[in-house]
Each structure stands twice: as C-alpha cells, then as structure tokens.
Design a protein around this ligand. Sequence first.
Ligand code: GLC
Length: 583
Amino acid sequence: MSGVSEAERVWWKEAVVYQVYPKSFRDSDGDGVGDLRGLVDRVDYLDDLGVDAVWLNPVYDSPQVDNGYDISDYRSIADGYGDMADWERLRDELHDRDMRLIMDLVVNHTSDQHEWFQRSRREEGEYADYYHWVEGSPEEPPNDWQSVFGGPAWSYDEERGAWYLHLFDEAQPDLNWTNPDVREAVYDMMRWWLDRGIDGFRMDVINMISKAEGYPDGGGEHFMNGPRVHEYVGEMVDEVLADEEILTVGETPGASVADARRYVGEDGLSMVFQFEHVTFDHDEHKWDARDPDLVEFKQILAKWQTGLAEDGWNSLYLNNHDQPRMVSRFGNDDEYRRKSAELLGTLTHTLCGTPFVYQGEELGMTNAPFETREDLRDVEALNYVDATIEDPDTAAESYADVRDAVEAIGRDNARTPMQWSGDEHAGFTDGEPWIDVNPNYTEVNVERAREDPDSVFHYYRDLIALRDRDLVVYGDFELLYPDHPSLFAYTRTLEVDGDDGESEGATERALVVLNFDDEPTTFEAPADVTVDGLELALANDDAPAVPGRSFELGPWEARVYLTPDDSDGSDATDRAEPTSADR
Ligand code: GLC
C-alpha cells in the first residue's frame, strides 16, 4: 500500500525516543537521587505513553562532577544508580514491551579518575599517550583554547609535569583519538555493550574527538568537526556498528547541514543532534539569550528538513538535559502553558525525522526558579555565576545580577525532578531530592495529567500514535509562509502505490498549522496547496473536521489535517518490526 521502499524503512525512523535523565526520574531508595529501580518501576508509564525507545543518560561509574558525563569505568553502573543486575532488568522490562534501549556513549573524554587517566599521568606503557599531553612551563598553557564550561581548556598536572587538554571540566580530560590504541579500546567497550543487547548509542559531543594538529590558537574551528573526525566516526561505524540495526545519534554542536550529511550519509550514523535551532537565540555568549524569533526559527528548521531530505535523516528535539524547558523558551509557560506545550510537541512529532521527548516534556514541565546560588547544581552554571561575579569587567556583583540569565538558559531547568504527583517532592523521592522540585508540581504532575483528558500527556499519546502513518514519518516537507511572524505552517506529502501494488497510486497529504502567538491569527491556504480531502487528525482546541481554505486560529492553537487513513491499518503491518536479530 505504501510507497515507502523496504530499503528506506527502518525502525528508528518510525520510533519516538524518550530521554531519561536517571538522576531526576524516580528515586526508589530514598537517597534523593533517581536510580535504575525507580526507572524500572515506571516502565509501564512509558509504555502507556506509547514511546518506542528510551535513551538513558550516563549511568556508569563516575565521580559525578558533570552528572555522569565524567566516566571512571565504562563497564559498571554507578553505586547510586544500582548495579548491572538492575540494568539488565531495565533492558529486559523494556524489551518485553517492545521498547528499545539506547545508551549514552561518552568517548571524547573520561573522568580524571578513570584508570586510563591515572595510568597516563604516570606515563605507564601504552597509556602514556591516551590523552592530550603537552610539556611546557606551568605558567603558560599550550594555547588559548577555552573550556566549554569556562576558563582555560588546559590544566597542569603536577604528577606528570605536563599540561592536559579538557574541553569541558578539568575533571574531564580529552582522550587522544590520534592514538589507535585509544580507538580500539573504545570500540572494544562499545562491542561489550552491544553484546549485552542494547539497541543504540547516543554519542556525546562526537564531533569534538579530532583536534587540529599542533593545537593552534583559536576557537572551536580547531576542535569541532576537526580534521580527522570523519575518518574516526567512519572507522567506528565500520569496526563496530556496520552490521547492527541500531540507532546511532551523534551529538554535534556547531555542525552545519553539510557536516551532518557527512556524519549520516557518508560515515553511517543514523542521525545527529544539530544545535542551530537551540543556539540562534544566544547572543555572543550562551548566557545572553534573546527571545527567539519565529521567522529565524522556521528558516533554520526548514533548512535542516530540506538539507537532509535526500541523504540524511533529522533528529527532532526542542529540549534535553542541557537545554531549558521548551515551553518556557519557545512557548508561553504561564497563561498558555498547556496549549503551547502541545503546539511545540506537534512540531517535533510532525516534521520529518525521529522525535525525542525529554522527560516531563509530555506534562508541559517548565523552567524553575533558582533563587540563590545554593539552589544551583550544574557545574557549568556555577562556573558562569562565579566567574561573572568575580570578573571586574562585568557589571554583575552578586547572584541577583546573573539570576535572570541562569533561569532563562541554565541546564538545571531541565534537571529538576520528574513531577509524578502532588505529594511531597512531587512523588520523586521519599528523601531529600538532590535538586529542588519545581514548585509548580502541585499543578503539573503525572497523576493529574492522567486524570485530565485535556492534558498535555493525553495529547502526546495522540501525537505519538499519529506516527503510525507512513505519511507522518516519511512524507516530504514543504514550508508555507516562511516570513509570517506568528504562523508555522507546512505540508507533508507522500506518494503511495495502488492497493494491488500495481495500479496507479495516490498522493497522501498532511497540513500542519501552528500559531506561535498569544494573539489569534488567520491561515489561508496558498493557491498551490490542496486542502480537499483533508480531515482533522489532531488539534489542541476545538477545530472543524475539514480545513477549508482559510481559518482562524486562537492563541497557541495547533491543527494537523491529514488525508484519511483508508488502509485499515495495513500500513502499520508493513512497519519495521523489532527482530530478535536487532537485539
Ligand atoms: C554533552 C552533554 C552534556 C555534558 C557535555 C560533556 O554536551 O550532553 O551534558 O556536560 O557533553 O560531556
């Protein structure tokens, strides 16, 4: 029935991935920190939502300087999260429900507590060159590179008497990918996890693994999408991933569409997380955020949609554990919290690509207040606050002067505990949570959302179900009205075969219209857009069953019109089903 070829069809294009930040998801033992048993306990919730896969942020052994992105042992589970038996239970509970498990792969750097680094600083045998070491005066770093978390990207190690590179915190030394032993050790570790039955990797800052030779002065151009990065990623795919039907998503800050085409089309990753649409509202510095401009936002997303249409695939996300909550950033988290959360979810589920839902997004969770510096936990935010206050060149004298910036863009916004109920600490823990719960938990929580048929949660279930349609997964994207200041509207189109596979086919269409504004607005179908035959599939307010050529939308109203599905569900039976071989 469908015109999608078998070669094109793959499970991770049809999937919706749910991202779990385990530290803040559900605590089972009352120590205030989320854990694997807590997550296992909520697998039915994810199943009920309808997602197909879980991406788990790092749960490996770690001193937790950067909440687990500083790994001290890749092959064991951090004490606070449980043990390998808990992890296996999680994998099995997910697989029993036909959900996949995607693990975080953090191989640009390790923790300074990793055995490799400990041996490297002692210059033990093959480990001596596992990291980027440069000798020189302890007074002067090898170059002017700055760490993503602020301050110089080099620290002097007294023990070895040399500088080592860390593009993130000083406790996160960068691995030396020019060393083939390092690459083999990483591939070995990846095979070890694949042998344990995982279904994919999310690859942390994978486009930063290659640094310019000789470490020239300058900025990201010397270590983002660096000179040998495609060689390394391609090699990793050939050596480890080529025969696996797994999902691989590379986190690639600063990557252009052309870069992404290479990571996906040539190197063989399934997709990347691009950053353009979550950085365009920063001024020079991440902490100088402006209100995002819709026209610019549309232009960026449309460029990625069309740029990867032929030989690539998009990931679709508006928030994750590093970004503020989408409804606070792109929506209206006050008067129109529900509607704008639903509208933004409509966008990420009806563009072409694989949607990623970040925990709590399906409730419309918002940014949180951080009244004092003591409320913050994120190393990046704390560095920024302290450095800004100490810097005599800034006007900031106390936390009060930087609070707005932290509350607008800081990563802790995403990391407040998942809001399960109106009980104390939002039902996240019986103890003291490691980070405060957002005070709006009494109103915004899973228990209430499940009881309320009009909640964001129920809307998300409908959105996820919409993706049973090939049209919604594979249809071609076309932006309408690129310059309209409040409407984000587009069509999706898919040619389908006749019923017998031979007779003349038909064209299936989708029309998605979103009003990104507190004021009503009018949509008028452009002359070349067919609305005949379209029927309402989903809306976040009352809407007529057929569109007409022109209609009014209220504040933050979202409508999805589709060619009706007359395939009696046969469409769904063609889908890429999980096979035991994939596992
Ligand atoms: C990625 C992670 C982020 C982490 C950083 C260093 O950007 O998403 O949370 O701090 O890499 O590993």
